[in-house]
Design a binder for this molecule. Structure first.
Ligand code: NAD
Length: 362
């Protein structure tokens, strides 16, 4: 049986990680263990997103460690300090456009950082006699972008060959290969998930959906790449996280699982849908907002379509999505409308100082 008592969440101050920790500590009654959030707090890390969690669980079941996953000594020290038995590895450089401008950080964090964590787990999870413990697990969170681009039909399955095409997806593909290499070579218990595009609360405003919501509210232009006909599958972030938790609990070691929304949209259609929701909730004129759509120069090497077959996860682990796209978008817009302080904090850069000002190491 897996222990799941001292769970190391890497990248827990990022978009998906902070939602994951909140669900785990507040909405998962079966889980009574401790969560250790290891995050370097890069520009994408915002520890204030977990201020409420820190207040309620800090020093008891929630611990924050500011550390870089490429720092071998710190990583090993944290494993030992908390007697880690489960790793859920979200930490990454995650923005495709940034990977095109500066790929090096992606190779460092996504490849070297994953290697550093795997190597610590391998060394520290050896039991007596040198054999690997069986009550531990390393879960790696990855993306559907490792599979490359699809034409108008077809879906990525768990057996689709890897064909990454951006520095981001190539670095994630490398990390996926390392995870399975540690399983096959050293017997490390691992699971892996490849998920489609997430959206929801606490999403950094450089990503499509929060960028558009905030630009609409501020009366700014709505930039759309190329012809706007790029197709992505969208999943509400809480549904990604319940899938990860299902895999961590019941997934088979050595297996990978696709996670998706079964919810494909062309960017331009998504945007028109979002304009309708934002306009209604914020009292704007949808027609006028739509006039601010601006087609901009395409991203180099832009993958045309991603679509994911998540039937293995549904069939084997009984997971399913909990909200429709309309419901998820509506919840997201409500969140941005009622959390303006969070947005101001991010846009002003103030969020970068939250830890120094508010967190006392325990
Ligand atoms: N966002 C999506 O739509 C999506 C979809 C599929 C998979 N994923 C994967 O999910 C994971 C989380 O994505 P996200 O959108 O929450 O990312 P994010 O960019 O919002 O957060 C990443 C977090 O990792 C931390 N981090 C970065 N480099 C680090 C380092 N060297 N050491 C320690 N911490 C570091 C950052 O401070 C940040 O808190 C990533 O692995 C990503 O590849 C994301």
């Amino acid at each position: 049986m897996r222990k799941l008592t001292n769970v190391l969440v890497t990248g827990g101050a990022g978009f998906i990680g902070c939602n994951f920790i909140r669900v785990l500590l507040k909405k998962t009654p079966g889980f009574t263990g401790r969560v250790i959030n290891l995050d370097a707090l890069t520009y994408a890390g915002n520890a204030s997103s977990l201020a409420d969690i820190d207040g309620e669980f800090g020093g008891k079941r929630y611990f924050f460690e500011r550390a870089d996953i490429t720092d071998r000594e710190r990583v090993r020290g944290i494993f030992q300090k908390y007697d880690i038995d489960t790793v859920i590895h979200f930490a990454a450089e995650s923005h495709v456009d940034r990977s095109i401008l500066g790929p090096e950080a992606f190779i460092r964090t996504n490849v070297m950082g994953t290697f550093t964590l795997l190597d610590a787990a391998r060394d520290l999870w050896r039991g007596e006699g040198g054999s690997m413990r069986e009550d531990v697990l390393f879960h790696h969170v990855s993306t559907d972008e490792v599979y490359g681009s699809l034409g108008e039909t077809g879906y990525f399955t768990e057996t689709t060959p890897y064909d990454p095409r951006s520095p981001y997806s190539a670095s994630k593909a490398s990390s996926d290969h390392l995870v399975f290499a540690y399983h096959h070579t050293y017997g490390l218990p691992v699971t892996l998930s490849n998920c489609s595009n997430n959206y929801g609360p606490y999403h950094f405003p450089e990503k499509l959906i929060p960028l558009m919501i905030l630009n609409m509210l501020e009366g700014k232009p709505l930039p759309v790449y190329g012809d706007g006909k790029y197709v992505r599958d969208w999943l509400f972030v809480e549904d990604h996280n319940t899938a990860v938790w299902a895999i961590v609990n019941r997934g088979k070691s050595g297996e990978k699982y696709n996670i998706g929304g079964e919810n494909e949209w062309e960017n331009i259609t998504l945007l028109r849908k979002l304009i309708g929701i934002v306009a209604e909730k914020a009292g704007l004129d949808a027609g006028k907002v739509a006039e601010t759509i601006t087609f901009v120069k395409d991203r180099p090497g832009h993958d045309r379509r991603y679509a994911i077959d998540c039937s293995k996860l549904k069939r084997e682990l009984g997971w399913t999505q909990s909200v429709t796209f309309e419901e998820g978008l509506s919840l997201t817009v409500d969140w941005y409308l009622s959390n303006k302080a969070w947005v101001v904090n991010v846009k002003s850069g103030e969020y970068a100082h939250w830890v120094e000002k508010n967190y006392t190491a325990r």
